[in-house]
Structures are given as structure tokens and as C-alpha cells.
Write a protein that binds this ligand. Structure first.
Ligand code: AMP
Length: 128
């Protein structure tokens, strides 16, 4: 995968150059509502660091950032009231996943029953 592009949309949100509907922020992560929600609750969580995707994040991020990021994801889902009803986490990596923004992010989907059929996953392309 190509190297980190400094002017991707999430980098610009992190730098405060673009607005977002913020849900949560701490030293490790920023969370905001997806601009094109695919479920009643659709929040994106991004780490505070320059990582293209999960592979890059897992390999290159310091352990405290990885722990802090994933704890933030769990806290945000809980704070959104999704713990008892359930929720889905999605992190797209690369072309065949449909990744469109190349700053690592996790989608939190909730508020409705999630289909198991991969072709009906939020944002999934119908053909492979
Ligand atoms: P992915 O396809 O996994 O890379 O997800 C990128 C997501 O970012 C999509 O669900 C987009 O709707 C969302 N998105 C793109 N630009 C913005 C923005 N400015 N604010 C919030 N969400 C955005």
C-alpha cells in the first residue's frame, strides 16, 4: 500500500482544517459521525497518528497508542448506548475492501440488526 498522504480528509479533520461532528476525543483517538451514514448510528474512530490502514497501524504504532485507540473504540460504542443492543466494527484495508480514505479508521455501526450476508454489509460492493 502507498505511503501516508498528508492531505487526506481525515488528516485535515485531525488538524482542524475541516469540520466534523465530533463524538469523542482523547490523546489517542478522535471520533465523529460519518458524513454518509449507512446505519442509524455510524461513527468513525481515527487514531492520532499517520497510519494508512490497520496493517500500518498494527506494525508501526507505539503499543500505548494501539491500546489507547482500541479502548477508545470500546468506550465510544458504550457511550453511544450500543453495548447491550450490539454493534459492528469495520476497518477497510485496501482496494478490494472499498477503503476510500487512507488514514486508518474504524467504523462503528449500530442501531439496527446487522445482516450476516457480506453483500449486504454497510458499504459493501455487490461484486468481487
Ligand atoms: P472507508 O470507505 O472505509 O475508507 O470509509 C471512509 C468513510 O469516510 C466513508 O464512510 C465516508 O462516508 C466517510 N467520510 C468521508 N469524508 C468524510 C467527512 N468529511 N466527514 C465524515 N465522514 C467522511
Amino acid at each position: 500500500m502507498s505511503s501516508y498522504e498528508q492531505n487526506n480528509v481525515f488528516a485535515r479533520i485531525l488538524r482542524g482544517e475541516l469540520p466534523c461532528k465530533k463524538v469523542y476525543e482523547d490523546e489517542f483517538a478522535l471520533a465523529f459521525h460519518d458524513i454518509n451514514p449507512l446505519a442509524p448510528v455510524h461513527v468513525l474512530v481515527i487514531p492520532k497518528g499517520e497510519y494508512v490502514s490497520n496493517a500500518d497501524f498494527a506494525a508501526a504504532a507505539p503499543p500505548e497508542l494501539i491500546v489507547g485507540f482500541w479502548r477508545a473504540v470500546a468506550k465510544i460504542a458504550k457511550d453511544l448506548g450500543l453495548d447491550s443492543s450490539g454493534y459492528r466494527l469495520v476497518a477497510n484495508h485496501g482496494a478490494q475492501s472499498g477503503q476510500s480514505v487512507f488514514h486508518f479508521h474504524v467504523h462503528i455501526f449500530g442501531g439496527k440488526m446487522m445482516p450476516h450476508d457480506m453483500t449486504k454489509l454497510p458499504g459493501a460492493a455487490a461484486k468481487g
